[in-house]
Every structure is written in structure tokens, then in C-alpha cells.
Write a protein that binds this ligand. Structure first.
Ligand code: AP5
Length: 224
């Protein structure tokens, strides 16, 4: 199964990706996690994108397309993958189509802006594993520590409120266009168009998870 999770910053893409990849045994390709790992390791890519990512701007399409194309060629993607954070612009989506990288499902998670800001300001992450917590909604067992390793949790530099507002504005200008892009493909029954489903993401994590699972199971008869 090949799947894209769409949704604004803080909609719960990373949180839901963990459930889906575990159930369907496919890798999660989170472009945000890949960029943050490159920044932490101070690679050439990391040095180039650090300022862009931490200030909430988008990394240029050409860089992102090359990064994802290379990742998808790895052997663990043979039976499918989940894209989290890519595509984020219409040219990125077109790049997948032009390379004949066809997608089965696009799941678009909708959450209102007030809730997004609450979620992002309370988010804490374990950088090494990508595990995500929230100070109120999903606190770790011991404050400030990862449940599995006990290592410290951090706040992402781009989760400061002014940067969050900038990310949301960029999302509305560029990424929200993908909703129409995929809806139109589905409506026109374009060859290899993915199945597009919009879901309401305000409910509890497990409720959102079950909605996604039922869409994946019913729409194309995909089973575990
Ligand atoms: P990226 O890491 O992809 O960030 P994002 O899209 O802004 O998404 P987030 O990770 O902030 O949110 P999420 O939807 O995964 O929410 P989460 O599950 O953590 O990208 C970062 C940066 O990298 C970009 O700004 C850009 O610079 C660059 N970049 C990446 N990809 C790019 C691309 N393709 N092109 C160009 N540049 C690119 O949940 C958020 C919080 O809410 C958590 O604390 C969680 O515990 C909580 N939560 C989740 N679900 C629920 C729920 N149902 N109820 C209550 N709390 C919940």
C-alpha cells in the first residue's frame, strides 16, 4: 500500500503514521524527520536547510523531490510506504506522478487553527525515534523523558508560536492546494488517481486512527 497523509502542521500526521505503518508493515517516510536528522548530523543537506526549516519556510522543491525519490528506491519500500509531509506543493505532487510513482490513498486530516496552535505549542518529541508527546493530551510517563529510552524530550525550534503561525500561513498558501489537486484527479477518474478521503481530526487519537483504518479497509478492500 502506498499512502500520503495530508494535513496542516499539527493535524496529527506523525501520530497517525505510527499506527498505520505498524498495522500495514510499511515504512514511514517523514520528510520533516529526515531534514531534522540531517540538521542534527550536520550533513551538507542539514547545513543547507537548517535556517529554512527552523524558520518555518519550505525547502525548495528540487531538494525535496530528490530526497524522496532516493528514499523510495530503498528496498524496504518494495511493498509500499507512507509519505508524511510530502508532497507539500503541487510541483512535488506532479513530480511523483511524472515519475510514475502512483499512490493508492491520500488521507487528509482536518483540524481547526486554534486547536493546531494548542497541539504544536504543547508538543514534545524524542528526536532519535520520532516519538511524539503532548504536555496535556499525551504526556510521557515521567515528565520530560521518553517512555522507551528515558532520554530527554525536546521542543522543536519551529514549534515557537510565531514560527507556527508562519507555517500555518504557508500551509494555506501552498499545501492546501493539494486538496483540490487530488479531489479533481479522483473526480475525473484519472488513470492511477489515488483514492482521496478527508477526515475530521479533532477527536481523540484512537478515534482518528479507527476512522483511517476503516477508510483503508472499506475503500479498496485493503486488509491487514
Ligand atoms: P514536518 O515535520 O513535516 O512538520 P509539519 O507538516 O508542519 O507537521 P508536524 O510534524 O508539525 O505535525 P503533524 O501533523 O505530524 O502532527 P503530530 O502528529 O506531531 O516539517 C517540518 C519542516 O520541514 C517544514 O516546516 C519545512 O521547513 C520542512 N519540510 C518538510 N517536508 C517538506 C516538503 N515536502 N517540502 C518542503 N519543506 C519541507 O501532532 C501534533 C501534536 O498534537 C503532538 O503533540 C500530538 O501528541 C498531538 N496530537 C496529535 N493528534 C492528536 C489528537 N487527535 N488529539 C489530541 N492531540 C493530538
Amino acid at each position: 500500500m502506498r499512502l500520503i497523509l495530508l494535513g496542516s502542521p499539527g493535524a496529527g500526521k506523525g501520530t497517525q503514521a505510527k499506527f498505520i505503518t505498524e498495522k500495514y508493515h510499511i515504512p514511514q517516510i517523514s520528510t520533516g524527520d529526515m531534514l531534522r536528522a540531517a540538521i542534527q548530523d550536520e550533513t551538507g543537506l542539514g547545513t543547507t536547510v537548517k535556517q529554512i526549516v527552523e524558520s518555518g519556510q519550505l525547502v525548495p522543491d528540487a531538494v525535496m523531490i530528490q530526497l524522496v525519490e532516493q528514499r523510495i528506491q530503498q528496498s524496504d519500500c518494495i511493498h509500499g510506504f507512507l509519505l508524511d509531509g510530502f508532497p507539500r506543493t503541487v510541483p512535488q505532487a506532479e513530480a511523483l506522478r511524472l515519475r510514475h510513482i502512483y499512490i493508492d490513498f491520500v488521507i487528509d486530516i482536518n483540524v481547526n487553527e486554534e486547536e493546531l496552535i494548542k497541539r504544536l505549542s504543547g508538543r514534545r518529541i524524542h528526536p532519535a525515534s520520532g516519538r511524539v508527546y503532548h504536555l496535556l493530551y499525551h504526556p510521557p510517563h515521567i515528565a520530560g523523558k521518553d517512555d522507551v529510552t528515558g532520554e530527554p524530550l525536546i521542543q522543536r525550534p519551529d514549534d515557537q508560536e510565531d514560527t507556527v503561525r508562519k507555517r500555518l500561513s504557508i500551509y494555506h498558501q501552498q499545501t492546501a492546494l493539494l486538496r483540490d489537486y487530488y479531489m479533481q484527479q479522483a473526480a475525473k477518474h484519472m488513470a492511477q488517481a489515488p483514492c482521496y478521503a478527508e477526515i475530521e481530526g479533532h477527536a481523540a487519537v484512537e478515534v482518528v486512527r479507527d476512522k483511517i483504518f476503516s477508510i483503508l479497509t472499506i475503500k479498496k478492500g485493503v486488509s491487514q
